[in-house]
Design a binder for this molecule. Structure first.
Ligand SMILES: [Mn+2]
Length: 234
């Protein structure tokens, strides 16, 4: 598998990016309906963290099987991969919402882990304003091209880079606003924000659906942000 997946411009329809779903797939379906999402022509890009904490985590595989759905790997997919390999502390995964996964049989756990291992760390999508990057937590380097080049290399530095891309909060915790070169915009999830937050050319859109906030869906054509609040969906 490629650690960076590239997509040409969608000349037939619209492209959308959605923040951390965390098992809230019914909310996602309502939000897609509200945005007039057309599965025959439109594409939906997910910033990862499809699972854990919410009630419908097991539906992740159903969405990953759709030809219009493309996701990157979040730290929660990584925890599931590690848990299936016996390489994650059970108590740690439980407090992070992994009870549903730990309750699965071995065969089922492996089925999810295999699908999650196939997810790229980064996605690059061509849009009318240029290339847009997607990464779960943050771009660890100040140059997107250097980041994807190094991601696709091999060895230990790649592991560290992946970990930062999936878990990092360096930019958002220090409100670093320097732009990343060689990319128009970078969408991230992972860190919950009250409303979408722009820092340099990073755009953080995890508005905390599973924490009583909202699920955010951005149209990459006009950057309209569709939101569904958790209490609207009940
Ligand atoms: Mn996360």
């Amino acid at each position: 598998m490629s650690r960076c997946m590239r997509f040409a411009r969608n000349s037939a329809g619209r492209d959308f990016v959605v923040g951390d779903i965390h098992g809230c797939f019914a909310m996602l379906e309502r939000l897609l309906a509200r945005a007039g999402f057309d599965p025959a022509h439109d594409r939906l890009f997910s910033l990862g963290d499809l699972v854990d904490r919410g009630t419908q985590s097991a539906r992740a595989l159903e969405f990953l099987a759709q030809p219009w759905f493309h996701a990157i790997r979040g730290n929660h997919e990584q925890m599931a991969i590690d848990a299936a390999a016996g390489a994650l502390d059970r108590a740690l995964y439980l407090i992070n919402g992994g009870a549903w996964f730990l309750a699965l049989g071995q065969v089922e756990q492996q089925r999810f882990a295999e699908a999650f291992r196939a997810l790229p760390i980064a996605i690059e999508v061509q849009t009318p304003i240029g290339a847009i990057g997607l990464v779960h937590a943050e771009c660890p380097l100040s140059d997107w091209q250097a980041f994807v080049d190094r991601l696709e290399g091999a060895g230990d530095p790649v592991q560290r880079l992946e970990t930062q891309a999936i878990w990092g909060r360096t930019r958002i915790s220090s409100l670093r606003a320097d732009p990343v070169a060689h990319i128009a915009l970078i969408f991230c999830g992972h860190t919950v924000v009250g409303r979408p937050l722009e820092l340099g050319n990073h755009l953080f859109i995890d508005t905390g659906a599973v924490f009583g906030g909202a699920l955010s869906l951005v149209d990459l054509g006009d950057f309209h942000c569709f939101q569904l609040r958790w209490d609207d969906a009940a």
